[in-house]
Design a protein around this ligand. Structure first.
Ligand code: EPZ
Length: 428
């Protein structure tokens, strides 16, 4: 299993181009099931998760062709015919977002069998809201032996979908199904993350009639067929925020390009409060910090446009070296502080109680062997390692490979001393 070794202390100077958004790309890939024509996705991130979804789609009947286009990596997806409407446990279990093929399969074939994804390390993460949305569209659902057996014998029927809580995955799933339903669908209490807009834009290019994405109410006028399209995946706002935090942690000046600063405004406000200089520009932003100590600030995670839960671990890493005590509250997932004990192995002073972590800044961190059990937690350890004295060895790098494209390359281009060690056992 690969590991990443970091020698802390180097300032970061340079430019980091941001890749296409993982969490948008995988839903856009699922949208390709909705048409027999080709969907061409540009600005595609090349990640373990996108490769993984590609494999599942191939099983369902999609041709997936990756290439290098004029403006970076592209993927062409074409599902002339659904050859199987079954998404098995071994595939869905490995990546929850695979569950989002259920709606498109139903829209295209009227029936599907998709494994329930199960919980994961950050929380129980049920799919009741996804199923509620599909039922509102006239789908009959039976649960047996860990599988969802779903049927829409008369086709999907548009209708009102009122979510009790805003869910990113369920909102996307509802859109993916309702675009081909008969009649109109109105989704209320929809998630407002920028990925909703990206998905709606792509669906509209394919001939769908979606309006209001990015607000709490989304209107969808069902159409009878969708066609092919070309769509550029939006920039990854979590990758953007992560490198902004890396620059703040290591010190120096880093220009993040091919991205948008407004997607991470809540983080940028907190960075400014902590004493980091942030300058937005047309193509992204520049993050600068000189020698001065950071100030501790409080953070509550929230749905967009609030502070993203996917940046909470990385922000905690930054706060380990701030002056004073930072209180970090996780409000989206019930078990998303697994990075805290690992950061403590590097010398951080953190107390976790329920959904709240208290981080008392220390003078310095010291490198150690660490590992994490999810993607964002793993990258928080890399960020901590950039500022720790000596060597930090991050084990179980496969979590990082799920969501960060060429992480070592991007950071070392800015002067970080970071390298991947291939193979070998990790420290359990
Ligand atoms: C998406 O997960 C992202 N994943 C997550 O990123 C991100 O943390 C999360 O949104 C919140 O922003 C992808 O897009 C692939 P939710 P999702 O449904 O869709 C509860 C990463 O590291 N809920 O908005 O699963 C749920 O348990 C990942 O890239 C239900 O109760 O998030 C949670 O407490 C991790 N029933 C809350 O809603 C449901 O049916 C919000 O989850 C669905 C969700």
């Amino acid at each position: 299993m690969d590991r990443i070794a970091i020698i802390g202390g180097a300032r970061l100077e340079g430019e980091i181009p941001i890749s296409g958004a993982k969490n948008s790309a995988i839903k856009l890939m699922a949208a390709s099931l909705l048409t027999e024509d080709a969907l061409r996705l540009t600005n595609m991130p090349r990640l373990a998760d996108t490769r993984f979804l590609g494999k599942l789609l191939e099983r369902l009947g999609t041709e997936v062709v990756e290439s290098e286009g004029a403006d970076g990596p592209e993927t062409l997806l074409r599902t002339r015919e659904i050859v199987s409407a079954i998404a098995p446990y071994d595939l869905v279990r490995q990546m929850r977002a695979s569950f989002n093929v259920l709606g498109p399969l139903l829209a295209r074939t009227g029936q599907a069998k998709v494994s329930l994804p199960g919980g994961c390390t950050i929380g129980a993460r049920p799919v009741d809201l996804h199923l509620q949305a599909l039922e509102a569209l006239g789908v009959q659902i039976d649960l047996h032996e860990g599988y969802v057996y779903a049927q829409a014998p008369r086709g999907l029927q548009g209708g009102p979908i009122d979510f009790p809580i805003a869910s990113v995955g369920a909102t996307e799933h509802a859109m993916l199904a309702a675009v081909l339903a008969q009649g109109d669908t109105v989704i209320t209490n929809a998630a407002r993350e920028p990925e909703m807009i990206d998905l709606a834009d792509c669906l509209n290019k394919m001939g769908a009639k979606v309006s209001g994405a990015g607000t709490a109410t989304i209107h969808i006028e069902g159409v009878s067929r969708l066609h092919g399209a070309t769509h550029a995946v939006m920039p990854d706002r979590i990758e953007t925020g992560t490198y902004a935090l890396a620059a703040a942690m290591a010190g120096g000046e880093v220009r993040l390009t091919r991205t948008r600063s407004d997607f991470i405004q809540a983080l940028l406000d907190k960075l400014s409060e902590a004493g980091v200089e942030v300058t937005p520009h047309n193509d992204g932003l520049t993050v600068k910090r000189n020698g001065a100590r950071l100030r501790a600030v409080e953070v509550d995670t929230a749905a967009y446009p609030g502070f993203a839960t996917d940046l909470q671990a990385q922000f905690m890493a930054l706060m380990t070296l701030a002056d004073g005590e930072s209180v970090i509250r996780e409000t989206i997932f019930e078990n998303r502080f697994m990075h805290a004990p690992e950061l403590s192995r590097l010398g951080a002073d953190i107390t976790v109680s329920g959904g709240e972590a208290r981080v008392r800044g220390v003078d310095a961190l010291e490198g150690a062997q660490v590992m994490a059990t999810d993607l964002r937690a793993s990258v928080s350890l890399v960020i901590a390692g950039l500022a720790a004295r000596g060597e930090t060895m991050v084990n179980r790098v496969y979590h990082l490979d799920r969501g960060f494209e060429r992480l070592e390359e991007k950071l070392s281009a800015c002067g970080a001393q970071i390298r991947r060690i291939s193979g070998g056992g990790d420290e359990e």
